[in-house]
Design a protein around this ligand. Structure first.
Ligand SMILES: Cc1ncc(COP(=O)(O)O)c(C=O)c1O
Length: 356
């Protein structure tokens, strides 16, 4: 999921019961109506669309009790990123309701809700049907939903991405991809970008190159960071690097078919290959568009060229979250050797289609 934490660390949201108090709130925007926000120089009064859904009455733990339990019994690693996190009670489609019954328009709450929102009735109905039929079996037995799903998923993918391995999380998928890349190539070194987020398991921590996720202990060994070809904030890049509006600030004089920024970043990539890893490598991980590090798009053609260099060194190329974007925007699916996290992203797309 792509979570754009860096940009979410200081979002503003008004508390509905006490207008004008600004608090750090996660992902959510606009309580009820918003009164004057003179500090921000905003004088408009955006109103949320109406909603006829009525949440159940909240009858569980009070806020302070939740806080106490959180402090006493949950690992300190499970932090909320905000001073006073919302105590959420119920979700309905695009809406979230807190314990006090305040309604929030949820722009970015969780990966699985991005495409269909919360508690979509059609998705609920399918899940409930399965729950009342069979909760769990070991994989040593067959149960057809997995097979039906694998067949449908494979029909959406090109060769050679036709073999489905279902896991429970993105980190697990990347752990597995690292292992497979190493087993397949008989090499150890894996390259990923600075600013990359590929998970926080002990293995993938070596691939994740975002400061706040680093620990006192080193992450997985054999992982080597390389410069992120960030055309927006990096040393090279301009308006022709990409067609996205967020990349257009710096002027650039490249002719339509060439990209000097791409060439400069490829030189850096070659430098990593020739100075920082073994002569033969296991692979290269990249998010097609970086998420946690901000929405970072690489110059056109960069990944294709980098993939060729990686393959020349014996490595495989792994796109983490291939389906986050339309493939045509960045890499086309056949260019990668493994598509990681297909399950999560494709599942949400499938749910989206079913929910329509
Ligand atoms: C690109 C990418 N890879 C891996 C992960 C890790 O996924 P999980 O939190 O399911 O382990 C994330 C999570 O946001 C992600 O955005």
């Amino acid at each position: 999921m792509t979570l754009i934490w860096r940009h979410l660390l200081r979002p503003l949201c008004l508390v509905t019961s006490a207008p004008r108090i600004l608090e750090m709130r996660p992902f959510l925007s606009l309580g009820a109506s918003w009164t004057s926000v003179t500090k921000l120089g905003l004088h408009t009064k955006p109103r949320m669309p109406p909603c006829d859904f009525v949440p159940e009455r909240y009858q569980s733990l009070g806020y302070n009790r939740v806080l106490e339990i959180h402090k006493e019994y949950l690992s300190p690693v499970v932090t909320a990123y905000f001073q006073k996190p919302l105590l959420l009670h119920q979700g309905h489609m695009e809406w979230l309701f807190d314990a006090e019954g305040n309604r929030y328009l949820d722009f970015f709450s969780g990966i699985v809700t991005v495409s269909v929102g919360h508690c979509h009735p059609k998705v609920n109905a399918v899940a409930q049907k399965q729950l009342s039929r069979l909760w769990h079996t070991s994989t040593v037995f067959f149960h057809p939903p997995m097979h039906e799903y694998a067949e449908k998923l494979a029909s959406l993918l090109p060769e050679p991405l036709k073999v489905i391995f279902l896991v429970n999380s993105g980190s697990e998928a990347n752990d597995l991809a690292m292992l497979m890349a190493r087993a397949h190539s008989n090499n150890i070194d894996i390259i990923s970008f600075r600013g990359a987020y590929h998970g926080c398991s002990p293995y993938t921590l070596g691939l994740t190159n975002v400061g706040i996720y680093k620990m006192e202990l080193p992450g997985g060994t054999g992982c080597q960071p390389t410069m992120c070809p960030d055309v927006f904030r990096g040393p090279w890049g301009g308006s022709h690097c990409r067609d996205s509006p967020v990349q257009t600030i710096r002027k650039c004089s490249c002719a339509p078919d060439c990209c000097q920024a791409k060439d400069q970043y490829i030189e850096q990539f070659k430098d990593t290959l020739s100075t920082s890893v073994a002569k033969s490598i296991a692979g290269f991980f990249a998010e097609p568009i970086q998420g946690v590090n901000g929405v970072v798009q690489y110059p056109k053609g960069f990944l294709k060229e980098a993939f060729e260099l990686v393959r020349a060194r014996g490595g495989v190329c792994i796109a983490d979250e291939t389906f986050r974007i339309a493939p045509s925007m960045c890499i086309t699916k056949p260019e990668v050797d493994f598509a990681v996290e297909v399950f999560r992203s494709a599942l949400t797309q499938h749910m989206e289609r079913r929910a329509k």
